[in-house]
Design a protein around this ligand. Structure first.
Ligand SMILES: [Zn+2]
Length: 162
């Protein structure tokens, strides 16, 4: 096991059931590995510490998509570059809280990121974090999708006044 940070390993960031099922290699090169590490250092590990409970990576690096075009959405995925990760709390009864808290944290900490996406599909829920676009941009967009095809912007984030 290759630990990237206290709570995340390289293996969990590159594990892919799809690649495994199709017998495809899913090994990041040096640059893609650096991308994954930056995502962990900048976003995942710091948020994990705030969240205080286990976070599961459901999908990280998907290099095989580049060759196979397995992603049937027309959007440009940054998973093949090591720029994105899909995560959810191990305790899925807290998924709504997780989604809200992750978004709040990105804004409150003024984190640099490209896209936060609140995803729901076929009864599954997760948060997609895109760190950079392929060309290195960080747009700080917050989106929501329930089908992976149609994405809409979330209402502008506002600090809660409690
Ligand atoms: Zn994703």
């Amino acid at each position: 096991m290759t630990k990237i940070s206290e709570h995340f390993t390289l293996e969990e960031l590159i594990a892919s059931a799809t690649a495994k099922a199709k017998g495809l290699k899913n090994e990041p090169n040096a640059v893609q590995t650096v991308h994954l590490c930056c995502l962990v250092f900048d976003i995942l590990e710091p948020f994990r510490l705030v969240w205080g409970d286990a976070i599961d990576v459901t999908s990280g690096f998907r290099g095989f998509e580049k060759i196979q075009k397995l992603d049937n959405s027309s959007r440009t995925s940054v998973h093949p570059e090591g720029f994105a990760v899909d995560v959810r709390p191990r305790n899925m009864s807290r998924i709504k809280e997780f989604k809200q808290k992750f978004r709040d944290w990105l804004h409150e900490e003024q984190k640099a990121y490209d896209q936060y996406i609140d995803e729901t599909r076929n009864g599954s829920e997760w948060v997609h974090i895109g760190h950079f676009t392929v060309s290195g941009k960080q747009r700080r967009q917050d989106l929501i999708t329930t089908d992976g095809v149609n994405y809409r912007l979330l209402p502008r984030w506002e600090k809660k006044t409690v």
